[in-house]
Design a protein around this ligand. Structure first.
Ligand code: BG6
Length: 464
Protein backbone atom coordinates (compact mmCIF):
# COMPACT_ATOMS: atom_id res chain seq x y z
CA UNK A 1 0.00 0.00 0.00
CA UNK A 2 1.27 3.43 -0.85
CA UNK A 3 1.30 6.06 1.90
CA UNK A 4 -1.81 8.28 2.00
CA UNK A 5 0.24 11.41 1.26
CA UNK A 6 2.03 9.80 -1.71
CA UNK A 7 3.16 12.57 -4.07
CA UNK A 8 1.53 11.84 -7.43
CA UNK A 9 3.12 13.99 -10.06
CA UNK A 10 4.62 14.28 -13.52
CA UNK A 11 7.91 15.61 -14.93
CA UNK A 12 9.25 17.98 -17.54
CA UNK A 13 12.48 19.74 -18.38
CA UNK A 14 12.73 23.32 -19.63
CA UNK A 15 14.68 22.95 -22.85
CA UNK A 16 12.58 20.01 -24.04
CA UNK A 17 9.26 21.81 -23.56
CA UNK A 18 9.49 25.59 -23.23
CA UNK A 19 10.62 26.83 -26.61
CA UNK A 20 10.83 30.66 -26.59
CA UNK A 21 14.53 30.01 -27.07
CA UNK A 22 15.45 33.64 -27.66
CA UNK A 23 12.68 35.40 -25.72
CA UNK A 24 12.80 37.55 -22.60
CA UNK A 25 16.57 37.77 -22.55
CA UNK A 26 17.34 34.04 -22.64
CA UNK A 27 20.85 33.23 -23.90
CA UNK A 28 21.87 30.08 -25.73
CA UNK A 29 22.58 26.89 -23.87
CA UNK A 30 24.62 23.94 -25.08
CA UNK A 31 21.30 22.41 -26.13
CA UNK A 32 20.48 25.32 -28.43
CA UNK A 33 23.78 25.10 -30.28
CA UNK A 34 24.58 21.41 -30.37
CA UNK A 35 24.52 19.80 -33.79
CA UNK A 36 21.32 17.89 -34.40
CA UNK A 37 19.89 15.79 -37.15
CA UNK A 38 18.15 18.49 -39.27
CA UNK A 39 15.22 16.15 -39.83
CA UNK A 40 14.22 16.19 -36.18
CA UNK A 41 12.68 18.97 -34.11
CA UNK A 42 15.04 21.38 -32.40
CA UNK A 43 14.33 23.13 -29.10
CA UNK A 44 13.42 26.55 -30.48
CA UNK A 45 9.66 26.05 -30.08
CA UNK A 46 9.54 22.58 -28.50
CA UNK A 47 6.06 22.24 -26.94
CA UNK A 48 5.67 26.01 -26.49
CA UNK A 49 5.27 25.44 -22.75
CA UNK A 50 6.82 28.85 -21.99
CA UNK A 51 3.67 30.48 -23.37
CA UNK A 52 1.19 27.71 -22.55
CA UNK A 53 2.27 26.81 -19.02
CA UNK A 54 -1.06 27.92 -17.50
CA UNK A 55 -3.06 25.70 -19.85
CA UNK A 56 -0.71 22.76 -19.14
CA UNK A 57 -0.86 23.23 -15.38
CA UNK A 58 -4.62 23.45 -15.57
CA UNK A 59 -4.93 20.19 -17.48
CA UNK A 60 -2.54 18.45 -15.11
CA UNK A 61 -4.49 19.69 -12.10
CA UNK A 62 -7.63 18.18 -13.63
CA UNK A 63 -5.87 14.82 -13.69
CA UNK A 64 -5.37 15.19 -9.93
CA UNK A 65 -1.61 15.72 -10.14
CA UNK A 66 -0.16 17.04 -6.88
CA UNK A 67 3.40 17.84 -7.99
CA UNK A 68 4.99 18.98 -11.22
CA UNK A 69 8.71 18.63 -11.75
CA UNK A 70 10.06 21.36 -14.02
CA UNK A 71 13.56 22.69 -14.55
CA UNK A 72 14.64 26.32 -14.59
CA UNK A 73 17.11 27.28 -17.30
CA UNK A 74 20.26 28.97 -16.04
CA UNK A 75 20.30 30.79 -19.44
CA UNK A 76 17.11 32.65 -18.51
CA UNK A 77 18.07 33.56 -14.93
CA UNK A 78 21.68 34.65 -15.57
CA UNK A 79 22.01 34.93 -19.35
CA UNK A 80 25.77 35.53 -19.36
CA UNK A 81 26.34 32.66 -16.94
CA UNK A 82 27.91 34.62 -14.11
CA UNK A 83 26.71 38.22 -14.20
CA UNK A 84 23.42 40.06 -13.92
CA UNK A 85 20.14 38.44 -12.97
CA UNK A 86 17.39 38.77 -15.58
CA UNK A 87 14.24 40.23 -13.95
CA UNK A 88 11.98 38.97 -16.77
CA UNK A 89 12.93 35.38 -15.99
CA UNK A 90 12.41 35.87 -12.26
CA UNK A 91 8.96 37.31 -12.95
CA UNK A 92 8.09 34.45 -15.30
CA UNK A 93 8.82 31.70 -12.77
CA UNK A 94 6.96 33.56 -10.01
CA UNK A 95 3.96 33.41 -12.34
CA UNK A 96 4.53 29.72 -13.02
CA UNK A 97 4.71 28.85 -9.30
CA UNK A 98 1.75 31.04 -8.57
CA UNK A 99 -0.27 29.19 -11.19
CA UNK A 100 0.79 25.83 -9.77
CA UNK A 101 -0.17 26.83 -6.24
CA UNK A 102 -3.51 28.18 -7.42
CA UNK A 103 -4.17 24.78 -8.95
CA UNK A 104 -3.04 22.83 -5.88
CA UNK A 105 0.20 21.65 -7.49
CA UNK A 106 3.50 21.59 -5.62
CA UNK A 107 6.50 22.55 -7.79
CA UNK A 108 9.54 20.27 -7.73
CA UNK A 109 12.38 22.20 -9.37
CA UNK A 110 15.53 20.90 -11.05
CA UNK A 111 18.18 23.61 -11.04
CA UNK A 112 19.97 22.25 -14.11
CA UNK A 113 18.83 19.79 -16.81
CA UNK A 114 21.61 19.32 -19.41
CA UNK A 115 21.46 23.03 -20.39
CA UNK A 116 24.72 24.76 -19.46
CA UNK A 117 24.97 28.34 -20.77
CA UNK A 118 26.98 28.10 -23.99
CA UNK A 119 29.12 31.03 -22.83
CA UNK A 120 30.36 28.89 -19.92
CA UNK A 121 30.85 25.87 -22.17
CA UNK A 122 33.13 28.02 -24.32
CA UNK A 123 35.24 28.69 -21.24
CA UNK A 124 35.61 24.95 -20.55
CA UNK A 125 32.25 24.11 -18.98
CA UNK A 126 32.20 21.51 -16.24
CA UNK A 127 35.87 20.69 -16.56
CA UNK A 128 36.56 24.13 -15.06
CA UNK A 129 36.27 24.98 -11.38
CA UNK A 130 34.96 28.42 -12.43
CA UNK A 131 31.73 26.73 -13.60
CA UNK A 132 31.22 25.45 -10.04
CA UNK A 133 31.55 29.00 -8.73
CA UNK A 134 29.10 30.27 -11.35
CA UNK A 135 26.63 27.45 -10.53
CA UNK A 136 26.79 28.28 -6.83
CA UNK A 137 25.96 31.89 -7.58
CA UNK A 138 23.10 30.84 -9.87
CA UNK A 139 21.48 28.44 -7.38
CA UNK A 140 21.72 31.03 -4.61
CA UNK A 141 19.64 33.34 -6.82
CA UNK A 142 17.06 30.54 -7.22
CA UNK A 143 16.94 29.77 -3.50
CA UNK A 144 16.64 33.44 -2.51
CA UNK A 145 13.99 34.24 -5.11
CA UNK A 146 11.88 31.11 -5.00
CA UNK A 147 12.74 29.59 -1.62
CA UNK A 148 9.36 30.39 -0.13
CA UNK A 149 7.47 28.98 -3.15
CA UNK A 150 9.32 25.72 -3.78
CA UNK A 151 9.46 22.94 -1.19
CA UNK A 152 11.28 20.35 -3.32
CA UNK A 153 14.55 21.08 -5.11
CA UNK A 154 16.58 18.76 -7.31
CA UNK A 155 20.19 19.58 -8.11
CA UNK A 156 21.70 18.39 -11.40
CA UNK A 157 19.73 16.09 -13.67
CA UNK A 158 21.47 12.79 -14.41
CA UNK A 159 25.10 13.85 -14.19
CA UNK A 160 25.92 10.16 -14.75
CA UNK A 161 24.08 9.86 -18.07
CA UNK A 162 25.27 13.32 -19.13
CA UNK A 163 28.91 12.28 -18.71
CA UNK A 164 28.57 8.73 -20.05
CA UNK A 165 26.38 9.59 -23.05
CA UNK A 166 28.05 12.97 -23.61
CA UNK A 167 27.98 12.91 -27.41
CA UNK A 168 24.27 12.04 -27.54
CA UNK A 169 23.26 14.55 -24.91
CA UNK A 170 25.71 17.41 -25.24
CA UNK A 171 26.91 17.00 -28.81
CA UNK A 172 30.60 16.63 -27.92
CA UNK A 173 32.79 14.02 -26.27
CA UNK A 174 34.90 14.42 -23.15
CA UNK A 175 38.28 12.72 -23.02
CA UNK A 176 38.52 10.17 -20.22
CA UNK A 177 40.47 12.66 -18.11
CA UNK A 178 37.99 15.48 -18.76
CA UNK A 179 34.99 13.29 -17.99
CA UNK A 180 36.21 12.62 -14.47
CA UNK A 181 37.36 16.18 -13.94
CA UNK A 182 33.78 17.17 -14.82
CA UNK A 183 32.50 14.42 -12.48
CA UNK A 184 34.37 15.95 -9.57
CA UNK A 185 33.21 19.48 -10.36
CA UNK A 186 29.58 18.39 -10.79
CA UNK A 187 29.66 16.59 -7.46
CA UNK A 188 31.19 19.60 -5.69
CA UNK A 189 28.62 21.87 -7.36
CA UNK A 190 25.90 19.61 -6.02
CA UNK A 191 27.31 19.78 -2.50
CA UNK A 192 27.31 23.57 -2.75
CA UNK A 193 23.64 23.43 -3.77
CA UNK A 194 22.80 21.27 -0.72
CA UNK A 195 24.61 23.75 1.49
CA UNK A 196 23.03 26.87 -0.04
CA UNK A 197 19.53 25.39 -0.04
CA UNK A 198 19.75 24.43 3.63
CA UNK A 199 21.12 27.87 4.55
CA UNK A 200 18.76 29.97 2.45
CA UNK A 201 15.54 27.97 2.58
CA UNK A 202 15.58 25.76 5.65
CA UNK A 203 11.93 24.77 5.18
CA UNK A 204 12.68 23.24 1.74
CA UNK A 205 14.20 19.86 0.90
CA UNK A 206 16.81 19.07 -1.71
CA UNK A 207 18.02 15.90 -3.40
CA UNK A 208 20.22 14.65 -6.23
CA UNK A 209 18.60 13.30 -9.40
CA UNK A 210 20.74 10.65 -11.07
CA UNK A 211 19.47 7.97 -13.44
CA UNK A 212 19.79 4.76 -11.47
CA UNK A 213 19.44 1.40 -13.23
CA UNK A 214 20.71 -1.73 -11.59
CA UNK A 215 23.39 -3.39 -13.70
CA UNK A 216 22.98 -7.17 -14.22
CA UNK A 217 25.82 -9.54 -15.15
CA UNK A 218 25.30 -11.26 -18.52
CA UNK A 219 26.05 -14.65 -16.93
CA UNK A 220 27.30 -16.24 -13.72
CA UNK A 221 30.89 -16.22 -15.06
CA UNK A 222 33.04 -14.58 -12.38
CA UNK A 223 34.42 -12.13 -14.94
CA UNK A 224 30.91 -11.09 -15.92
CA UNK A 225 30.04 -10.54 -12.27
CA UNK A 226 33.05 -8.24 -11.98
CA UNK A 227 32.03 -6.40 -15.17
CA UNK A 228 28.62 -5.71 -13.58
CA UNK A 229 30.24 -4.62 -10.30
CA UNK A 230 32.44 -2.17 -12.18
CA UNK A 231 29.62 -0.75 -14.24
CA UNK A 232 27.31 -0.49 -11.21
CA UNK A 233 30.02 1.54 -9.48
CA UNK A 234 30.85 3.70 -12.51
CA UNK A 235 27.25 4.34 -13.57
CA UNK A 236 25.32 4.37 -10.31
CA UNK A 237 27.14 4.27 -6.98
CA UNK A 238 29.94 6.76 -7.74
CA UNK A 239 27.33 9.53 -7.85
CA UNK A 240 25.15 8.52 -4.91
CA UNK A 241 28.13 7.60 -2.72
CA UNK A 242 29.55 11.08 -3.21
CA UNK A 243 26.20 12.81 -2.55
CA UNK A 244 24.96 10.69 0.34
CA UNK A 245 28.07 9.22 1.95
CA UNK A 246 30.60 11.89 1.07
CA UNK A 247 33.04 9.33 -0.35
CA UNK A 248 34.52 8.30 -3.66
CA UNK A 249 33.18 4.81 -4.27
CA UNK A 250 36.19 2.45 -3.89
CA UNK A 251 35.42 0.23 -6.91
CA UNK A 252 35.03 3.36 -9.04
CA UNK A 253 38.23 4.79 -7.59
CA UNK A 254 40.10 1.60 -8.37
CA UNK A 255 38.73 1.60 -11.94
CA UNK A 256 39.91 5.19 -12.37
CA UNK A 257 43.31 4.29 -10.97
CA UNK A 258 43.67 1.44 -13.50
CA UNK A 259 42.82 3.89 -16.29
CA UNK A 260 45.41 6.46 -15.23
CA UNK A 261 43.35 8.77 -13.01
CA UNK A 262 43.89 9.30 -9.30
CA UNK A 263 40.76 10.84 -7.91
CA UNK A 264 40.67 12.07 -4.34
CA UNK A 265 38.57 14.60 -2.49
CA UNK A 266 40.70 17.75 -2.30
CA UNK A 267 41.66 18.91 1.20
CA UNK A 268 39.91 22.26 0.68
CA UNK A 269 36.66 20.47 -0.23
CA UNK A 270 36.64 17.94 2.63
CA UNK A 271 34.49 19.99 4.97
CA UNK A 272 31.92 20.83 2.28
CA UNK A 273 31.70 17.18 1.20
CA UNK A 274 31.45 15.79 4.73
CA UNK A 275 28.91 18.25 6.04
CA UNK A 276 26.31 18.68 3.33
CA UNK A 277 23.90 15.91 2.47
CA UNK A 278 20.57 15.48 0.66
CA UNK A 279 17.17 15.20 2.35
CA UNK A 280 15.87 12.68 -0.19
CA UNK A 281 16.85 10.96 -3.41
CA UNK A 282 15.32 11.80 -6.77
CA UNK A 283 15.74 8.80 -9.03
CA UNK A 284 15.09 8.44 -12.77
CA UNK A 285 14.52 4.89 -14.00
CA UNK A 286 13.72 3.63 -17.51
CA UNK A 287 15.21 0.13 -17.62
CA UNK A 288 17.97 -2.08 -16.25
CA UNK A 289 21.38 -2.50 -17.88
CA UNK A 290 23.18 -5.80 -18.60
CA UNK A 291 26.92 -6.15 -19.16
CA UNK A 292 29.53 -8.85 -19.61
CA UNK A 293 33.32 -8.91 -19.62
CA UNK A 294 34.44 -7.92 -23.16
CA UNK A 295 35.65 -10.93 -25.13
CA UNK A 296 38.94 -10.92 -27.03
CA UNK A 297 38.58 -9.28 -30.40
CA UNK A 298 35.68 -7.07 -29.37
CA UNK A 299 37.60 -3.96 -30.21
CA UNK A 300 35.20 -1.10 -30.29
CA UNK A 301 35.93 2.51 -29.61
CA UNK A 302 35.40 3.09 -25.92
CA UNK A 303 32.12 4.77 -25.47
CA UNK A 304 29.22 4.70 -23.21
CA UNK A 305 25.64 5.54 -23.74
CA UNK A 306 22.67 4.62 -21.80
CA UNK A 307 19.32 2.88 -21.68
CA UNK A 308 20.23 0.86 -24.76
CA UNK A 309 22.73 -1.20 -22.89
CA UNK A 310 24.34 -2.81 -25.94
CA UNK A 311 25.98 0.57 -26.57
CA UNK A 312 28.16 0.53 -23.46
CA UNK A 313 31.73 -0.66 -23.75
CA UNK A 314 35.09 -0.22 -22.13
CA UNK A 315 38.02 -2.41 -23.01
CA UNK A 316 39.04 -4.63 -20.11
CA UNK A 317 36.01 -3.71 -17.99
CA UNK A 318 32.54 -4.17 -19.44
CA UNK A 319 30.51 -4.54 -22.59
CA UNK A 320 26.77 -4.02 -22.75
CA UNK A 321 24.45 -6.60 -24.19
CA UNK A 322 20.76 -6.94 -24.84
CA UNK A 323 19.14 -8.86 -22.04
CA UNK A 324 17.38 -11.76 -23.83
CA UNK A 325 14.77 -12.02 -21.08
CA UNK A 326 13.38 -8.54 -21.66
CA UNK A 327 11.09 -7.09 -24.33
CA UNK A 328 11.96 -3.86 -26.15
CA UNK A 329 10.04 -0.67 -26.85
CA UNK A 330 9.64 1.01 -30.27
CA UNK A 331 12.99 2.73 -29.81
CA UNK A 332 14.97 -0.36 -28.96
CA UNK A 333 15.12 0.21 -25.18
CA UNK A 334 14.48 -2.82 -23.03
CA UNK A 335 11.54 -2.79 -20.63
CA UNK A 336 12.11 -4.14 -17.11
CA UNK A 337 9.52 -3.28 -14.45
CA UNK A 338 10.86 -5.85 -12.00
CA UNK A 339 14.27 -4.21 -12.39
CA UNK A 340 12.77 -1.11 -10.81
CA UNK A 341 11.84 -3.03 -7.67
CA UNK A 342 15.35 -4.51 -7.52
CA UNK A 343 16.95 -1.11 -8.08
CA UNK A 344 14.80 0.49 -5.39
CA UNK A 345 15.60 -2.22 -2.87
CA UNK A 346 19.33 -1.96 -3.52
CA UNK A 347 19.26 1.85 -3.36
CA UNK A 348 17.36 1.70 -0.08
CA UNK A 349 19.79 -0.83 1.32
CA UNK A 350 22.71 1.44 0.46
CA UNK A 351 21.36 4.90 1.31
CA UNK A 352 18.33 4.78 3.64
CA UNK A 353 16.72 7.98 2.37
CA UNK A 354 13.20 8.78 1.16
CA UNK A 355 12.97 8.27 -2.61
CA UNK A 356 10.95 10.10 -5.24
CA UNK A 357 10.83 8.52 -8.71
CA UNK A 358 11.42 11.68 -10.72
CA UNK A 359 11.33 10.08 -14.19
CA UNK A 360 9.92 6.85 -15.60
CA UNK A 361 8.07 6.51 -18.86
CA UNK A 362 7.70 5.07 -22.32
CA UNK A 363 8.85 6.76 -25.52
CA UNK A 364 6.53 5.60 -28.31
CA UNK A 365 4.97 6.53 -31.65
CA UNK A 366 1.51 7.88 -30.78
CA UNK A 367 -1.29 8.57 -33.18
CA UNK A 368 -3.89 11.29 -32.82
CA UNK A 369 -7.22 9.97 -34.13
CA UNK A 370 -9.62 12.07 -36.21
CA UNK A 371 -11.62 12.72 -33.03
CA UNK A 372 -8.50 13.88 -31.14
CA UNK A 373 -7.86 10.85 -28.99
CA UNK A 374 -4.68 8.89 -28.37
CA UNK A 375 -5.13 5.22 -27.54
CA UNK A 376 -1.81 4.56 -25.82
CA UNK A 377 -2.50 1.22 -24.09
CA UNK A 378 1.20 0.38 -24.43
CA UNK A 379 2.06 3.38 -22.21
CA UNK A 380 -0.63 2.44 -19.68
CA UNK A 381 0.83 -1.08 -19.57
CA UNK A 382 4.35 0.25 -19.04
CA UNK A 383 3.39 2.72 -16.30
CA UNK A 384 1.07 0.25 -14.63
CA UNK A 385 3.75 -2.46 -14.48
CA UNK A 386 6.29 -0.01 -13.03
CA UNK A 387 3.82 1.26 -10.47
CA UNK A 388 3.09 -2.28 -9.37
CA UNK A 389 6.79 -2.76 -8.94
CA UNK A 390 6.99 0.41 -6.83
CA UNK A 391 4.09 -0.78 -4.71
CA UNK A 392 5.88 -4.08 -4.10
CA UNK A 393 9.04 -2.22 -3.13
CA UNK A 394 7.02 -0.09 -0.70
CA UNK A 395 5.47 -3.25 0.76
CA UNK A 396 9.02 -4.55 1.17
CA UNK A 397 9.93 -1.46 3.21
CA UNK A 398 11.40 0.95 0.64
CA UNK A 399 10.35 4.54 1.48
CA UNK A 400 9.18 5.63 -1.99
CA UNK A 401 7.27 8.85 -1.40
CA UNK A 402 6.30 10.01 -4.84
CA UNK A 403 6.03 9.13 -8.53
CA UNK A 404 6.58 11.76 -11.23
CA UNK A 405 6.52 9.97 -14.58
CA UNK A 406 8.14 11.29 -17.73
CA UNK A 407 6.49 13.16 -19.13
CA UNK A 408 3.59 15.44 -18.27
CA UNK A 409 3.18 16.63 -21.86
CA UNK A 410 4.82 15.51 -25.10
CA UNK A 411 8.26 17.04 -25.49
CA UNK A 412 11.30 16.92 -27.73
CA UNK A 413 13.29 13.81 -26.86
CA UNK A 414 16.96 14.38 -26.06
CA UNK A 415 18.15 13.02 -29.39
CA UNK A 416 15.12 11.44 -31.06
CA UNK A 417 12.96 14.50 -31.59
CA UNK A 418 9.21 14.80 -31.39
CA UNK A 419 8.22 11.46 -32.86
CA UNK A 420 9.32 9.73 -29.66
CA UNK A 421 6.48 10.81 -27.42
CA UNK A 422 6.38 10.35 -23.66
CA UNK A 423 3.51 12.60 -22.56
CA UNK A 424 0.26 11.94 -20.75
CA UNK A 425 -0.93 14.87 -22.88
CA UNK A 426 -0.48 14.95 -26.64
CA UNK A 427 1.01 18.08 -28.23
CA UNK A 428 -0.13 18.65 -31.79
CA UNK A 429 3.04 19.15 -33.79
CA UNK A 430 5.45 17.00 -35.77
CA UNK A 431 9.21 17.21 -36.25
CA UNK A 432 8.98 19.97 -38.86
CA UNK A 433 5.39 21.19 -38.75
CA UNK A 434 4.33 23.22 -35.72
CA UNK A 435 0.63 22.65 -36.57
CA UNK A 436 -1.68 23.94 -33.80
CA UNK A 437 0.41 22.95 -30.77
CA UNK A 438 -2.95 22.17 -29.15
CA UNK A 439 -3.07 19.80 -26.17
CA UNK A 440 -5.11 16.56 -26.11
CA UNK A 441 -5.20 14.27 -23.06
CA UNK A 442 -4.28 10.69 -24.01
CA UNK A 443 -5.90 7.51 -22.67
CA UNK A 444 -2.94 7.28 -20.27
CA UNK A 445 -3.94 10.67 -18.80
CA UNK A 446 -7.41 9.37 -17.91
CA UNK A 447 -5.91 6.13 -16.61
CA UNK A 448 -3.48 8.12 -14.41
CA UNK A 449 -6.36 10.26 -13.10
CA UNK A 450 -7.99 7.05 -11.87
CA UNK A 451 -4.74 5.75 -10.37
CA UNK A 452 -4.30 8.98 -8.41
CA UNK A 453 -7.88 8.79 -7.19
CA UNK A 454 -7.33 5.20 -5.99
CA UNK A 455 -3.86 5.97 -4.62
CA UNK A 456 -2.29 3.19 -6.69
CA UNK A 457 -2.84 0.56 -9.34
CA UNK A 458 -4.89 -2.50 -8.86
CA UNK A 459 -2.73 -5.65 -8.75
CA UNK A 460 -4.85 -7.22 -11.50
CA UNK A 461 -4.22 -4.30 -13.86
CA UNK A 462 -2.82 -5.15 -17.28
CA UNK A 463 0.95 -5.45 -17.53
CA UNK A 464 3.43 -5.46 -20.37
C1 BG6 B 1 16.41 11.10 -19.26
C2 BG6 B 1 16.46 12.60 -19.34
O1 BG6 B 1 17.70 10.62 -19.40
O2 BG6 B 1 15.77 10.41 -20.27
C3 BG6 B 1 15.32 13.23 -20.14
O3 BG6 B 1 16.51 13.18 -18.05
C4 BG6 B 1 15.07 12.42 -21.39
O4 BG6 B 1 15.68 14.56 -20.40
C5 BG6 B 1 14.68 11.00 -20.97
O5 BG6 B 1 14.10 12.95 -22.25
C6 BG6 B 1 14.36 10.10 -22.13
O6 BG6 B 1 15.43 10.05 -23.05
P1 BG6 B 1 15.22 10.38 -24.58
O7 BG6 B 1 16.56 10.22 -25.20
O8 BG6 B 1 14.25 9.36 -25.09
O9 BG6 B 1 14.66 11.75 -24.66
Amino acid sequence: MLPANFLWGASLSAHQTEGAATEDGKSQSVQDVRQRNPKIADFSVAADHYHRYAEDINLLAKAGIKALRISIPWTRIIPDGLGAVNPLAIKHYHHVFNEMHNQGIEPMVTTYHFDLPQVLQEQGGWIKQSTVTAYEKYVKVLFKEFGSEVKYWLTINEPNVMLLADRKILGFSYTHQERYQAFYNLMIAEKKAFQACHQLCPQAQIGPVPNISYVYPGSAKPQDIRAAEYFNAIRNWAYLDFSVRGIINPIFQNYLHQTGIDLKIKAEDEELVQQNFPDFLGMNYYTSVTVEYPKAGQNRTSGVSDQQSEDVYEKGFYKGLTNPYLSKNDFNWTVDPLGLQTTLEVVNDRYHLPIYITENGLGAYDELTADYQVHDDYRINYLSAHLQSIQQAVDAGVPVQGYLPWSAIDLVSVHEGMKKRYGLIYVDRTEQDLKTLARYPKDSYFWYQQVIKNNGVNKDAKTV
